[in-house]
Design a protein around this ligand. Structure first.
Ligand code: GLA
Length: 381
């Protein structure tokens, strides 16, 4: 695979690359729409990753090629980068160059070949994978000495300010910092993190990912307006962020809020509690107990936060009805993917039930796979 990447790189860029880097997509176990409220998240990295094969250029040009693209090279001047200047997929890697330069890092140009098996628009963080793989490559090529969390923050800056998506920090932290065999428990305020061992297979379980193939797009304004709603609610409550609202004060707080903001606040506060509950179960080795927590998280996203859609709701219902211990949509919502916690022997019947339910509803055939916690951004060669 790595030899092939070098051969492909040479065919596109006419020189040998200096190395190959990879960064994964993710699914979030629990802790949805909490990251921009300074709350808690618990993602795992997927085996699916974006690979960036790269070499430095000394002329401050950036030449970007995607194996999934239209066969052309996007050729940009590092010094001409500014938000809004680059469209399409190239904005993600270009944004990383821009964010590094903006932060004062001494970088130059580079040739990149990007190749990815992270499904796009599936809520599995293909954008963060592309950003973090690019940042990991530049970190080594220009010997910047950045830590994994620093890479994540620069990648988030690229997405927020250059691409223009007001995402939180979860996806980039997951892609940069996750490790094999563990979920990443992250406090998004302090950025304190803990790798929580998660060996589902040894415990006799599988994590089934169901990509509904309803394309989600965080750039379409709905995400931004939810985020703004949470910030407004925190302001009305006199809090720095909704993370600061203790569960014991929730009922009183809801009475003080306008009707459209109250359910958002209820979701965020109860979701942070569900993260804490999940961690307790994981630390106690009680994986089966996660099931009801996941399903309760889905109900909250569906009824209070209102970011599910008929396809994700159906995937959850069909999976649980067929014996999954629990299921929920994962990621930003408005489509995308669902995760289901399933006993190892039930993967086939649960998968079949979800496919059958989609067929009878007249929905597109979903894509299903099982996920194991995989490593974060790294150099492959
Ligand atoms: C998207 C964003 C994340 C996070 C999730 C919802 O994936 O990129 O920052 O807000 O939605 O939990």
């Amino acid at each position: 695979m790595i030899d092939q990447a070098a051969t492909d790189f040479e065919a596109v860029h006419g020189a040998r690359p200096s190395g190959v880097w990879a960064a994964p997509g993710r699914v979030n176990l629990i802790g949805e729409h909490t990251d921009y409220n300074d709350g808690f998240v618990l993602p795992i990295a997927l085996p699916h990753a974006t690979r960036v094969t790269a070499r430095r250029r000394e002329d401050r040009r950036i030449r970007l090629y995607s194996a999934q693209g239209d066969g052309t090279i996007t050729d940009l001047a590092l010094d001409g980068l500014a938000p809004g200047v680059v469209a399409s997929w190239a904005a993600y890697p270009a944004g990383v160059f821009w964010a590094l330069a903006e932060a004062g890092h001494a970088i130059g140009g580079a040739d990149l070949l990007v190749d990815s098996d992270v499904p796009t628009g599936a809520g599995l963080s293909s954008s963060a994978a592309l950003e973090c793989a690019t940042a990991a490559a530049l970190n080594d090529l220009y010997e910047l000495g950045l830590s994994a969390p620093e890479i994540a923050l620069l990648a988030q800056r690229a997405e927020n300010a250059f691409v223009g998506v007001p995402c939180g920090v979860m996806d980039q932290m997951a892609s940069a910092c996750c490790t094999d065999g563990a979920a990443l428990f992250l406090d998004t305020r302090t950025l304190e993190q803990r790798h929580v061992p998660l060996d589902l297979e040894a415990a006799g379980f599988r994590l089934l990912v169901i990509d509904t193939r309803v394309k989600h797009d965080l750039g379409d304004g709905a995400y931004a307006s939810l985020r703004a709603g949470c910030e407004r609610a925190a302001e009305l409550l006199g809090l720095a962020a909704l993370r600061d609202l203790p569960a014991g004060s929730l009922a009183a707080a809801l009475e003080r809020l306008p009707a459209e903001l109250a359910p958002l606040v209820r979701h965020v506060v109860t979701e942070n509690q569900r993260v804490a509950e999940t961690i307790k179960h994981l630390d106690g080795g009680r994986i089966a107990e996660l099931g009801p927590v996941l399903t309760a998280g889905h109900a909250s996203l569906r009824d209070d936060y209102r970011v599910s859609c008929p396809e994700t709701d159906l995937a959850v219902e069909a999976a649980v009805a067929a014996g999954a211990l629990g299921a929920r949509m994962t990621g930003g919502g408005f489509g995308g993917s669902v995760i289901a916690l399933v006993a190892a022997g039930d993967v086939a019947p649960v998968s079949d039930a979800v496919r059958a339910a989609f067929r009878s509803a007249g929905y597109a055939e979903p894509v299903l796979f099982t996920a194991v916690p995989s490593p974060g951004a790294r150099r492959l060669a």
